[in-house]
Design a protein around this ligand. Structure first.
Ligand SMILES: [Zn+2]
Ligand SMILES: [Zn+2]
Length: 235
């Protein structure tokens, strides 16, 4: 159900991001803390988004539960007919919510998706608007270079969140992903497996640096009843 963004959106995003890199100017020491903060914030956003999408209830009674629990082949005519009947009834946003829940019983599917499909929704919903806003802010008020640099790192980390999540569910990864895991700039599949064990912890999927904070927010949200187990699967 995930889709790549139209080519011109992906192109516009690339241009906007390149413009922000240009605006950031000459690197200095302040770029280092700014980049670390941007990388942390991207992880935090991956965790909070994942937590909300996992627990946000889907529209009940329209067959999403039958799709979710469908036991036969997902290439069968029966399943495809069910999908064609159910999906037009929900918004593009709810399809994303469903995708997150659907990831739990079928985790490897995410890793098999093409790169542009993995990042498509994030680019359209968040990364492109944020990047263009940053372009306009710089033009209007000349933000400092280190701040733009940190925001670019945040944009890149946020855009790649679902790609990074996918790498945690496939055995073959490019060298840069393996190198970033070794240096702690990306989390390990073992660390992410803790999420899949209980679905009650460790929602962040980039570095995992923010998981202590996200876990504290999760405990608060469940104790207050803002998030409930009912939301984990469609009914
Ligand atoms: Zn999850
Ligand atoms: Zn996962």
């Amino acid at each position: 159900m995930m889709k790549a963004a139209p080519w011109w959106i992906t192109g516009l995003f690339a241009v906007s991001l390149a413009l922000n890199m240009w605006f950031a100017g000459i690197p200095d020491w302040r770029w280092i803390p700014a980049a670390v903060a941007g990388w942390y914030l991207a992880d935090l956003l991956s965790g909070l988004t994942h937590m909300v999408m996992d627990y946000r209830p889907c529209t009940p009674g329209i067959g999403l539960d039958r799709m979710f629990h469908y036991a036969g082949s997902r290439e069968s005519d029966e399943y495809l007919a069910l999908r064609a009947e159910v999906l037009p009834q929900i918004s593009p946003f709810e399809r994303l919510v469903y995708d997150f829940k659907n990831h739990h019983p079928r985790p490897e599917a995410l890793g098999r998706r093409p790169f542009l499909v993995q990042i498509g929704s994030t680019v359209m919903v968040a990364a492109l608007p944020f990047s263009v806003l940053l372009n306009l802010l710089y033009i209007a008020v000349q933000l400092p270079g280190w701040l733009i640099a940190g925001a670019v790192v945040l944009t890149i980390g946020g855009t790649l969140a679902q790609y990074f999540h996918g790498t945690l569910h496939r055995p073959d990864n490019v060298w840069i992903v393996r190198a970033m895991r070794h240096t702690g700039l990306l989390m390990s599949p073992e660390a992410h497996a803790l999420h899949h064990e209980t679905l009650r912890r460790d929602f962040a999927t980039n570095t995992g640096w923010s998981n202590p904070l996200v876990n504290a927010i999760f405990r608060l949200a469940t104790s207050r009843g803002w998030l409930t187990e009912m939301g984990l699967e469609p009914h």
